[in-house]
Design a protein around this ligand. Sequence first.
Ligand code: ZN
Length: 242
Amino acid sequence: MNFVKLVKNPKPYFQEAIRKSTNLWHTYFNTGELVHCEICEWDGARFYNGKCPKCNSLPRTRLVPFSLRHFGLVKKNLTILHIAPNRNEYNYVKNNFEHIKQYDRLNIRPVPHINLVQDITNTNLINGSYDLVIVWHVLEHIVEDRKAAAEIYRILKPGGSLLMSVPIYPIGSPKTYEDSSIKYENYEKIHGHDDHCRSCGLDYYKRFEEVGFKTKTLNNYTLKDLDKFGLSKNHVVWCFNS
Ligand SMILES: [Zn+2]
């Protein structure tokens, strides 16, 4: 442990220590097979405040493996582009697709586990590069999301798939709301998050149809799946085909 850093900035270390010991307690005592985390393969009696005690995944992240399976997207020899994945999403895709031909992870910033530092609204990737693009709770942060949709359509192979989810705010809202005159400092008050530039509604998929995609929707989960995999009934996933 770096004690100089610890003395200068103790909070993150203590928070991390508390998180690790709490998780240890839960993985030790919270045993059983009632719930299953598909991200880290942990089985237990329950998720803790929605989080997996072993890998800390959230319901929305555990929805990635569930929807990949639901839409039949887990195949061999794919070329995959994952836009701004978190660590758990990245580990899942890396470890659960057989013989990935190419797995690119793109982010506008050079964060860990990223190999392409590019802007998804304007990349230098060639036409028809990918079989599958995954973009999970990212587009609500991107002002020019229609440009991003067109760019994804361009770099997907004909017949390729885009798996996409955004938070619906407020929960169940039928209509997307955005106003370019809203200032950044007011995003949290209006869109419920300090970096969300719009409130996505259940009609958000239409922006992808405007650029040529065809849509399939996942939003009707069984109670058994919600409980078993620790999902949220409020989440919606769209699978688009080019
Ligand atoms: Zn887990």
